[in-house]
Every structure is written in structure tokens, then in C-alpha cells.
Write a protein that binds this ligand. Structure first.
Ligand SMILES: Cc1ncc(COP(=O)(O)O)c(C=O)c1O
Length: 418
């Protein structure tokens, strides 16, 4: 895996901006990837370049043609990366906005009546969109309860709620609080079985950087990704919509293409920076497969990323060399359990002897950046039922090193003894 191939982790790290130093506070280990991953240096360069171009699309000149080419390439790269030969890919304002738009279009486009179904694990983005559009369309919204112990929601919990009159369903692919993934393929299949026409919207925002996406296999109707969580930058969201969902009435300019989801002048830089992300996957995957097939390389990259993150998670929980891991540090509780096969790059925890705000500061003082999660709009759905007011979230990616985990464990052992 990445850190086991001599020199590879260094090569990977060298591709990212601010890998070990915060531009504001100095040296630090970045374990705040779930809040926004590190940015590829190529994305930084591309962003600057495209921000400098004054031209617009739709003109007959070389600059305009170049911008349109970048947009077309970005769309093709998004399709490749998500394995989405059908439907439409589009760029919106943010992951939240894309989710609202997908849910709104589905709720207004579905046959009247019936019900809507989500889960208690959803991020407020999809939960709020489902709640608003259930209200507006006069449909009851039911939330399938997630399992507090495992931090996920499985198909068995969904089954009793899936009825033939289901019109819209939302599923979070991975929880940003517990970091545990959901078996979306089985849930979509179960919904299709009983309610084949239900519009199914998947929030892939937390999952996207960890595992790989295959929309053809998923058979959903909508999927949302936030590029700043997948090594690109802030300022845009990516959506995919099935042909069926695309055929529903949407907000578009009168006389424009009925398949178009996008509104207004495009920021060609957002598409170009996503091509940089896909290039990173192609580069990384190329080191793990001899295949020249782009999709095979993307899948190989996703496997390598996932494997590297598993190594880091295991080291964090079980310890490294002579260091006690989280499992053996007195007073530590890990959300979702210690041995959870669905874990994707996140370990959320509490320490009995120190409140989460103090622990975040304790780690920051030792140059380790993590985030506090509170029983609030964003995390109350997970923390409330556990009776926890606050926890810390330690989130990592394929560019983090076993050495960084080791420094984190040193600090955690110190915190537990403090
Ligand atoms: C699972 C999930 N959904 C939605 C969002 C919102 O995404 P954005 O910040 O792009 O609006 C987040 C952000 O943390 C998330 O983790």
C-alpha cells in the first residue's frame, strides 16, 4: 500500500499544498480532512490560471474555445471518475445546494401523493431538503433510525419502511460524524424492488475521497459531491442526475436544453480543477495497475486510498510499536466501535478526563489539528442519542503517514495521563 512502497508516500505528499504546515499557524499535522481535504498543488495553479482569464464562453475566439474545451473535459472526467455514462453531471454552488436541487426536482417531478423516506444519519443538507420538500408537496417524511452502536444504518433497518408508494428517498453514503459508510447499493436495490419509480438521492460528500464511486452499479437518481473534500477547492459542488430525474421539470432558461441543470455563466476553473483531481486518481492508480484503461486506474487508486486509510485507522486504534492505541488508552471511547469494517478515514472519540474543546486545544498545542463535534444542528442526530455533548473528530487521508499517527498517539497518551 502507499506507505509500504518505498518513496511513494513522499511523492504523494509532495502533490498537496500545505501538507505539513498551516499558512497561518506554522507546522501541524492535518487530521481535519473530513472538514475539507488538502488541496492538490495542481488545483491551486489551475485556479489561479483560470481566475486570470477574462473571456467568456460562447464566443468565436481562441480563449473562449479553450474555456469550453476545459468545461467539456471537466464534465467527461467527472463522468469517468463516478462511472456515470448516462444521466447528466453538473456544477452547482456547493454540496448542500446540489442536494437541495436534486431533492426539489425529485419531489416536484414525482407522481403526486405517496411518501418520502430518509434516515436519522443524514447530514442536515439532505435532511433539511427532504423535510422542506416533503412539507411543500404534502407528503409524510419518515426517517429510518440508524444504529447508535455501529454508527451506520443497514438495509434491514430500511426494509420495514420501504413501501410501493415511496416517491423520494435520500441516503447518506458515509456519515461525516461517525465516519462509517452505508451499504448504499443494497439499500437502492431494496427500494427498487418495492418502489421501482422512487427517486433515490445519495449524498456522497463524505464518501467521495475514500472509496470510489460507481454510479452505473448504484442505479440511483442523484448523487452529490463536494470538491473541497476531494482535493479540489471551495466554491462549487458536483451533481449527477439520472436521465429519469433530468426529464423532470427544472429551473432552466426558456428555450434552453431540457437536459441542462446548470444556470448562468460557468466558472471554467471549477471544471478544470476537477480534471486535476481525476488526474491525481489516474496517476495514483497507474502505480497500482498495469492497465491503461482509465476507469481501471481510478478504481485502483480508490483501492489504494482506502487501504492506506485502513492502515492509519488500525494504527490509531490498535497502536504502533510500543505505543498504546486508542483501544487501550484509559477513558477513550470511539464512536461506531473499535472494529468497524465500514470505517472511512474518520475516528471520532471522547476522552473521559478531558472535555472535547480542551482536547482539541491540547492537540493543537502539539501541532495536531482535529475538530470538535457538538450536539448541534450538524451532529445532534448522532451525538444526542449517545448522550454525548461533544467529541473530537480525527480525520485522515491517503497522504497522512504512520509517523503522524504515532505523534497523535503520543499526544493522546499524554492527554489521558494529564
Ligand atoms: C455528508 C455531508 N453532506 C453534506 C455536506 C455539506 O456539503 P457542503 O459543505 O459542500 O455544502 C457535508 C459537509 O460536511 C457532508 O459531510
Amino acid at each position: 500500500m502507499i506507505s509500504e512502497v518505498p518513496g511513494l508516500l513522499e511523492q504523494v505528499r509532495d502533490r498537496f499544498a500545505h501538507i505539513d504546515t498551516c499558512p497561518f499557524s506554522g507546522p501541524r499535522i492535518f487530521f481535519e480532512n473530513a472538514g475539507g481535504a488538502l488541496t492538490l498543488k495542481s488545483v491551486v495553479e489551475t485556479s489561479g490560471l483560470y481566475a486570470s482569464y477574462p473571456d467568456n464562453q460562447g464566443r468565436i475566439n481562441a480563449a473562449s474555445t479553450a474555456l469550453q474545451t476545459a468545461i467539456d473535459k471537466g464534465r467527461a472526467d467527472m463522468r469517468l471518475w463516478m462511472n456515470a455514462p448516462d444521466g447528466q453531471v453538473f456544477v452547482g454552488e456547493s454540496g448542500t445546494e446540489v442536494l437541495f436541487r436534486l431533492v426539489r426536482t425529485a419531489a416536484l417531478g414525482a407522481e403526486p401523493g405517496g411518501t418520502m423516506l430518509g434516515t436519522t444519519l443524514e447530514h442536515p443538507a439532505s435532511r433539511s431538503a427532504m423535510s422542506r420538500w416533503a412539507d411543500v408537496t404534502g407528503r409524510p417524511l419518515t426517517l429510518v433510525a440508524h444504529d447508535d452502536a455501529t454508527g451506520t444504518v443497514d438495509v434491514e433497518a430500511w426494509l420495514p419502511h420501504i413501501t410501493p408508494d415511496l416517491r423520494v428517498a435520500s441516503i447518506v453514503h458515509t456519515s461525516p460524524v461517525t465516519g462509517i459508510s452505508v451499504d448504499v447499493n443494497r439499500i437502492v436495490a431494496a427500494i427498487r424492488d418495492k418502489a421501482p419509480d422512487c427517486f433515490i438521492i445519495v449524498d456522497g460528500i463524505q464518501h467521495a475521497s475514500h472509496g470510489g464511486i460507481d454510479l452505473e452499479a448504484l442505479n440511483a437518481d442523484g448523487y452529490a459531491v463536494s470538491p473541497y473534500k476531494v482535493f479540489s477547492r471551495h466554491g462549487y459542488g458536483i451533481g449527477w442526475a439520472s436521465d429519469r430525474l433530468t426529464a423532470c421539470t427544472k429551473e432552466t432558461l426558456v428555450g434552453s436544453s431540457p437536459t441542462g441543470w446548470e444556470q448562468g455563466t460557468r466558472d471554467a476553473g471549477s471544471y478544470a480543477t476537477f480534471s486535476d483531481v481525476v488526474d491525481h486518481f489516474l496517476w495514483l492508480g497507474g502505480l497500482f495497475t498495469e492497465s491503461t484503461d482509465p476507469r481501471t486506474r481510478i478504481e485502483a487508486a480508490a483501492t489504494a486510498i482506502h487501504a492506506q486509510e485502513q492502515i492509519l485507522a488500525q494504527a490509531m486504534i490498535e497502536g504502533t510499536h510500543n505505543q498504546r492505541g486508542l483501544a487501550d488508552i484509559p477513558g477513550v471511547t470511539v464512536l461506531g466501535g473499535l472494529d468497524n469494517p465500514g470505517r472511512e478515514g474518520v475516528v471520532s472519540l471522547t476522552l473521559d478526563t478531558m472535555d472535547a474543546a480542551s482536547l482539541v486545544q491540547f492537540l493543537e498545542d502539539r501541532e495536531i489539528r482535529v475538530h470538535i463535534r457538538k450536539n448541534d444542528t450538524y451532529c445532534g442526530n448522532v451525538l444526542g442519542p449517545l448522550g454525548i455533548d461533544t467529541c473530537i473528530r480525527v480525520s485522515f487521508s491517503h497522504y497522512n503517514s504512520p509517523g503522524e499517527v504515532s505523534r497523535f498517539l503520543t499526544a493522546m497518551n499524554e492527554a489521558a495521563g494529564a
